[in-house]
Every structure is written in C-alpha cells, then in structure tokens.
Design a protein around this ligand. Structure first.
Ligand SMILES: Cc1cc2nc3c(=O)[nH]c(=O)nc-3n(C[C@H](O)[C@H](O)[C@H](O)COP(=O)(O)O)c2cc1C
Length: 186
C-alpha cells in the first residue's frame, strides 16, 4: 500500500525534539520527504547533538536546501501536506510573504499555491509584532499556525507527553491516524 507523502521541513528555531518526535511517529504512516535549512542544522546540533545524517533513517528522501530542482519544489509532485517544525521567525516571515529562495521555503510556497495543508510550528516567545503579523498573513494564505504550546489537560508526566501532544495535533491536520496523546473527553 502506498503511504501518503508528507514533506517535513526543519528550520532554525528551538524545538528540535518536536521534529524528532514527529519524524519517529510518521514511520510507517507516511513517506517522509525531509529538508533542513542551514539554521536547522546548527540548532539540531546545539539541542540534540545530532547532525542531518542522523535523521536519514527517518526519511524516505532527504534534500539539500539549495536544491531548488527537487521534486518537492513542484506542485506537480503530489503530497498529503507539509509541516515546518520547528518554524523559525525567519522562515515564517518568508512563507508569509511568498519568498521561496530555498527548497524549504519553495516547498511551503508550493503547498500554499496548491491549497494543500501547510502546518507551521513556531516556538518563539514572546512574539514580536513582525512575527505576529507574519502569522496572520500565513494563516490568511491558508497555512495552519500551530505553535509548539502543549496543553496540560492530559496531565503530562514527561517531556515525551508534551511532545506527543504537539505531534498528535500535527497528525490531525494531516489527516493521519496515530494515537499519541489522550484526547479531551476520552
Ligand atoms: C541554538 C539556537 C536557537 C535558536 N532558536 C531560535 C528560535 O527559537 N526561533 C527563531 O526564530 N530563531 C532561532 N534561532 C535563530 C535562527 O536559527 C536564525 O534566525 C536562522 O537564520 C533562521 O533561518 P532558517 O529559518 O532558514 O533556519 C536560533 C539559533 C540558534 C543557534
């Protein structure tokens, strides 16, 4: 059975454990097409002591951010959707304004233009006005802005529980089923 294709973009914001949790959960659920920005490589190392190569086993294909000729740069390459996790303020601003000068931002642009799910997971706090405005603009363009702000009503007992909360919400927006976190009322 063909798995749905999901593009996962990592940009240079804090929150790499969220990205790792999502990538691990997508195993067996989706064909993952992965791209990391320059900033993401640095933060991945600082936060997790990992290099991009460590993520290769978690993806069907990994692209260079400068490879603007990659399949995910084209609307003719069908996907279920794209997630930018974590989403830096820089990448958010680029996506909001239609800048597509890297593969990650081009793939995000393509998801907006093709009206496919684009889920942006920023982590920044507090939020300056330019980022707040970019969030509104991205949402108006069709993106889902899904901040990495886990709830506490499921009484998380570990960091893994907090990560699972965000992964669950992302999967919901992609229409993928995996019960990672208890749902309210269940
Ligand atoms: C350890 C570390 C943590 C960072 N955390 C954030 C962050 O949470 N949010 C953010 O917008 N930028 C953060 N930055 C800065 C971005 O990585 C930087 O602005 C980068 O140019 C973003 O570009 P990119 O979106 O193409 O990765 C961080 C940088 C480092 C080194």
């Amino acid at each position: 059975m063909d798995l749905p294709r999901v593009v996962v973009g990592l940009s240079g914001a804090s929150g790499m454990p969220y990205a790792l949790d999502l990538l691990k959960t997508l195993q067996g659920l989706a064909e993952v097409h992965l791209v990391l920005s320059q900033g993401a490589k640095r933060v991945l190392w600082e936060e997790m002591g990992l290099s991009p190569k460590d993520l290769y086993p978690l993806a069907f294909r990994v692209y260079k951010d400068g490879d603007l000729g990659a399949p995910i740069a084209s609307g003719s390459f069908p996907t279920r959707g794209m997630v930018v996790i974590p989403c830096s303020a820089t990448t958010l601003a680029k996506v909001a304004h239609g800048l597509a000068d890297t593969l990650l931002t081009r793939a995000a642009f393509v998801h907006l233009k093709e009206r496919r799910p684009l889920i942006l997971v920023p982590r920044e706090t507090p939020l300056p006005l330019p980022t707040l405005r970019a969030m509104v603009q991205a949402a108006e363009a069709g993106a889902v802005v899904l901040p990495a702000s886990p709830g506490f009503y499921h009484r998380p007992g570990s960091i893994e529980d907090l990560l699972a909360f965000i992964t669950q919400r992302v999967l919901d927006h992609l229409g993928l089923k995996a019960e990672r976190a208890p749902r309210w009322g269940e």
